[in-house]
Design a protein around this ligand. Sequence first.
Ligand code: PLP
Length: 344
Amino acid sequence: MRGRVTAPHRLRIDTAALTDNWRALDRLSGTAACGAAIKADGYGLGATEVARHLAAAGCRDFFVATWAEAERLAPLHLPLSVLHGVREEDMPLALAGIARPVLNTDAQIARWRAAGGGACDVMVDTGMNRLGVSPEGVRGGLLEGLAIETLMSHLACADEDSAMNAAQRMAFSALRGATGARRMSLANSAGIALGTDYAFDLTRPGLALYGGVPRRELAGIIRQVVTPEAQVLQRRTVRAGETVGYNATWTAERDTAVAILNLGYADGYFRGFSDRGSAGGGTLPVIGRVSMDLVALDVSAAPGTAEGDWVAIDFALPEAATWSGMSQYELLTALGRRYGRDWR
Ligand SMILES: *Cc1c(COP(=O)(O)O)cnc(C)c1O
């Protein structure tokens, strides 16, 4: 039997940090239950692994975006909701009962009712104007006869101190008792940090589970979960006056020890990290442009660095977002399929 080749770069994923983050968000949710958004393949980490660990920690409500995502998770038999609702072509899978649809439009509601679909969730729009039915529609009887597990809405500005947060909370609160929904749910990660007024019966964090810090209140509570590690493919000395990388943007002021790592923007290590990112806790700066599959580090601070060594990339999400100019969400969800994934 042929052995499996291990990738020259991997994501080290801290299982204890993931489950601790969920427990911290669960505590901050007060009496509300705390679920988990695991769409986009668990924000890039791997939805199946994420779901397994969070279910073991006690999480009982999971959210994906599409039925294709739900289908991949079906073998786990988790309580799962599909945020984008049901199109006609989703109905066979939806009626098979692998997940509940979150009904977003009048047409989705009609489709589900006509099929006698059973338990569902409903999204109501309270000002974001993204997905969801109108509060007026809800008051007008749009949801009559549906078996609604969770009535939900979504905050547009929870990561900011915006008047819209309280306005959305009040608009959502006003629907309490207006439907037969068993539970109400409003807060994402940042919404949890706004306080238990926002938690209702169920919270739906995503980003913060994975180490993202959308509001300062969560700093010091949320732990980093994912660290990219890459192998040194070549170790070289760049002579004073020579340049490194595409377009020769970096010039050595003195003879410099340089390591070329197997990591690049095709792995979600974006070009914004060029001359700004680092490894080894800030000691090994990225020099020159990040390439598609390669990046150069100045390893003067670790002169023993050798071909084949593994190097940990600095990837605390709030800082990495600042350096790269990407959002914390993009940094997570762009982590590619090429990495090995090392759950510890
Ligand atoms: C993605 C998503 C979440 C999770 O949001 P985070 O900001 O990642 O915590 C919650 N609810 C809905 C409807 C979402 O689409």
